[in-house]
Design a protein. Structure first.
Length: 123
């Protein structure tokens, strides 16, 4: 044939295709030590933040506040926790990570000048 086939990619991959995984092993232990140290020293051992632990080599636990602190720590390494969109892609393309038994809290913040109470009453 003289003409070349001009197809499209089956899957559109983003330009930035990051490495993904669950916090585990030595990195997970180091992260957890840093996290717990900040909870103790910076946040006076706040019980709302004392939700992460290690089990079978994996860092487990979550709440919306913990995710914020985790991202603060992970940002030092150029990393972050997964967003809702990231999780959907991971579930679709990386079932080997077995995320179905893990979770990250996803939250929504509503803010508007002067009408927060009205919005909250309607929710």
């Amino acid at each position: 044939m003289k003409s070349k086939f001009k197809g499209k990619l089956l899957v559109n991959l983003p330009k930035h295709n990051p490495n993904i995984d669950i916090l585990r092993g030595n990195f997970g232990r180091e992260f957890l030590a840093e996290y717990n140290g900040r909870v103790r020293d910076k946040y006076r051992n706040n019980s709302i933040l004392r939700v992460l632990s290690e089990s079978n080599g994996l860092v487990k636990g979550s709440n919306s506040f913990a995710v914020v602190l985790a991202n603060e720590i992970l940002a030092q390494e150029g990393l972050r926790t997964a967003t809702q969109a990231d999780l959907e892609l991971i579930l679709r393309y990386r079932p080997d990570l077995k995320l179905r038994e893990n979770y990250e809290d996803i939250g929504l913040v509503l803010r508007s000048e002067g009408i927060q109470i009205v919005i909250l009453q309607e929710i």
